[in-house]
Design a protein around this ligand. Structure first.
Ligand code: AP5
Ligand code: MG
Ligand code: ZN
Length: 214
C-alpha cells in the first residue's frame, strides 16, 4: 500500500504519517524531513536547499525527486510508503509515476487533508519536535504526556523549525495554492483521491484515514 498525504503546511501530514508508521509499520518519506537532515549535515543538497526552505519556497523538482528515488531504494518499504510533502508540483507528480513504476509499485490512495488556512498559522507557530527522535508536538493541541519529556524516547530536548514563523508560513501557503493544489486533478482522474476533514481532532482525523485504508 502506497499513499500520498496531501495538504498545506500544518495540515497534519507529518502527525498522521508518524502514527501510521507506529501503528502499521509503514515507511514515512517526508521530503521536508530529508531536506532538513541534509541541511543539518551540510551535504551538497543541504547547502542548495537551506536558503530556499528558510524563505518558504520550493526546492527544485530535480533535487526532491532524486532524494525520493534514493530513499525508496535504501529503505525497507515492505509495508508500504507514506509520501509526506511529495509530490508538490505537476513535474514531481510525473516523476513519482516513473519512480514507482520502475520499482513495480503503484499508488493506492491520495488523501487530501482539508483545512481552514486561518487555523494553520496557530498550528505551525505552536509546533515543536523532539530533538532526539523527531516526534511531533504542539503547545496547545499535543503536549507531551509528562511536561518536558518526549512520550516516545523520553528525551528532554525539543526544537522548533526555522521556517515556522508567520511570514514564512504565508509564503509556504501561497506556494501550496499555486503549485501543489493544482496536481489534485491528476489523481482525481484516476479515482484515488479521498478527502478528510483535517480540522477535526487528531484522533478523529486518524480514524477517518484508517477508514480509507482498511
Ligand atoms: P515540509 O516539511 O513538508 O513542510 P510543510 O508542507 O510546510 O508541512 P508541515 O510539515 O509544516 O506541516 P504538516 O502537514 O506535516 O503538519 P504537522 O503534522 O507537523 O516542507 C518544508 C520545506 O521543505 C518546504 O517549504 C520546501 O522549501 C521544502 N520541500 C519539502 N518537500 C518539498 C518538495 N516535494 N518539493 C519542493 N520543496 C520541498 O502538524 C502541524 C502542527 O499542528 C503540529 O504541532 C501538530 O501537533 C498539530 N496538529 C496536527 N494535526 C492537528 C489537528 N487535527 N488538530 C490540532 N492540531 C494538529
Ligand atoms: Mg510535516
Ligand atoms: Zn523523542
Amino acid at each position: 500500500m502506497n499513499i500520498i498525504l496531501l495538504g498545506p503546511p500544518g495540515a497534519g501530514k507529518g502527525t498522521q504519517a508518524q502514527r501510521l508508521v507506529a501503528e502499521r509499520g509503514m515507511t514515512q518519506l517526508s521530503t521536508g524531513d530529508m531536506l532538513r537532515a541534509a541541511v543539518k549535515a551540510a551535504t551538497p543538497v543541504g547547502l542548495k536547499a537551506k536558503a530556499v526552505m528558510e524563505a518558504g519556497e520550493l526546492v527544485s523538482d530535480e533535487i526532491v525527486s532524486g532524494i525520493i528515488g534514493e530513499a525508496l531504494d535504501a529503505l525497507d518499504v515492505g509495508a508500504g510508503v507514506i509520501f509526506d510533502g511529495y509530490p508538490r508540483t505537476a513535474a514531481q507528480a510525473h516523476s513519482l509515476d516513473g519512480i514507482l513504476s520502475d520499482r513495480g509499485r503503484t499508488l493506492d490512495h491520495v488523501i487530501e487533508l482539508d483545512v481552514d488556512e486561518d487555523a494553520l498559522v496557530e498550528r505551525i507557530t505552536g509546533r515543536f519536535t523532539c530533538a532526539t527522535c523527531g516526534a511531533g508536538y504542539h503547545d496547545t493541541f499535543k503536549q507531551p504526556k509528562v511536561a518536558g519529556e518526549c512520550d516516545v524516547c523520553h528525551g528532554h530536548e525539543f526544537k522548533r523549525r526555522p521556517d515556522d514563523n508567520e511570514e514564512t508560513v504565508r509564503t509556504r501557503m501561497a506556494e501550496y495554492r499555486a503549485k501543489t493544489a493544482p496536481i489534485l486533478p491528476i489523481y482525481e482522474e484516476r479515482g484515488i483521491v479521498s478527502r478528510v476533514d483535517g480540522m477535526a481532532d487528531i484522533d478523529d482525523v486518524a480514524k477517518a484515514i484508517d477508514a480509507i485504508l482498511d
